[in-house]
Design a protein around this ligand. Sequence first.
Ligand code: NAP
Length: 469
Amino acid sequence: MTAGGRGPFRVAVIGSGPAGFYVAEHLLSREGFDVTVDMFERLPTPFGLVRFGVAPDHEKIKNVTRTFEKKTASNPGYRFFGNVDVGIDVTLDDLRRHYHAVCFASGAQTDRQMGIPGEDLARSHPATEFVAWYNGHPDFRDCQFDLSVERVAVVGVGNVAVDVARILCRTPEELASTDIADYALEALTRSNVKEVHMLGRRGPAQAAFTNPEVRELGQMPGANVTVLPAEAQLDPLSREAVETADDRSLRKKLEIIESFTTGTLDPSKPRNLTIRFLVSPTELIGDTTGGVCGMTLVKNELYQTGNGSLRPRATERTEQLPVDLVFRSVGYHGLPISGLPFDERSGVVPNDHGRVMDGDTHLTGLYVSGWIKRGPTGVIGTNKPDALETVACIVADAETGVMLQPESPDRDAVTRMLAEKEHSFVSYEDWKLLDKLECDRGAGQNRPRVKFTTVAEALEALKAAAGPS
Ligand code: NAP
């Protein structure tokens, strides 16, 4: 089918992370659906959290970009418009003039707050900023993290907390073979960190990290990993839940955690990572210079809520944990998108299976996918079925004629609009050139790539590679 017999159905996808690429892939591979997809990305480089979220020592996970290229970017129906900020360089009204449907896949761009005193002291940072910094995200490359300290706490036991703890514990040699940003490699090579404490507010059975990630912590050449035996033991409610759940993967996770209670510390390893359970920070304590020097932890117990889940509740027992650097890794949070409704509490755009909803009304032609649709959960692959659901709505609506009515749906009108705005964009071909330049820079150092970490640097490199105009 086409857009009412007047050329292909035209979709704008906002965001070029996994969520956006899976939407494009499902659209372009749809049998009998004549569609073209233009993907808009604020930065000059594609792939969102695959480039700026996946840890540098997890190179294999980044191979998913090859699939994005093969299945989507090489499709003649696909175009990439990098360095175009929707909401600033191009408005939603601009998009309405050119597309039959607009799908936002722009992710969850900020961090969740813990809401405790001292959270904003110096040397207390959102883990999301540290992750973006070591991955060379242009918005975060100038962040400063004081790695001259010895004691660090990472609050939360999700996979981001694991990534942060692991990167802090990696040896300079291990980091030197990755695509970590140059400045981060230098700072982490000089790091003084000796103790890392990862803090879970619930028990081992509720830990959000996944098995391969927590297992990997036990395989680091430069760090011992410890769990306090008393904290590895399940409380009666968790034990009962584990026994009735019959979940092999959960049992494996508990075995891995248990294995960390018995090891002897290898004194030749320069760092110690301790994973704690059933503790919550209630206050970060500042020194005379306004920087963190410790935290008060309260010991928690679990109780069962009406829906059967086990939640933490503070007991009277507290302890002081001396730490001089804190990474708050308690989840991402979505930001509002100009022109779209937003649910502040959950940080998502209200939607029905991907259709953007204003109350009970679907806002015609507007869709969401990924973290801005369902919240910041799941691994890269989770975005695939999620995108399929959104695409099913887009296609069903197209078939029943529910779509935007663009004045200029022809493909060239978009490039003309950007030219009229005197806004130059980065095409997928440009990105391939940048990619090659980054990989070439890395090859000399036995690294997968050396990233361009400012927008200006990336655009300059492209200009130089294109030669005199
Ligand atoms: P997450 O998995 O939701 O974990 C958040 C952690 O913060 C949980 O341990 C949570 O505990 C804790 N937390 C929340 N509020 C807290 C509070 N007020 N005080 C103390 N602790 C609090 O989030 P994430 O680690 O940011 O990861 C986001 C998503 O990306 C996840 O789906 C993750 O699996 C994925 N990811 C995957 C990889 C990978 O595959 N290698 C790497 C990075 C990220 P409760 O459980 O008690 O709420």
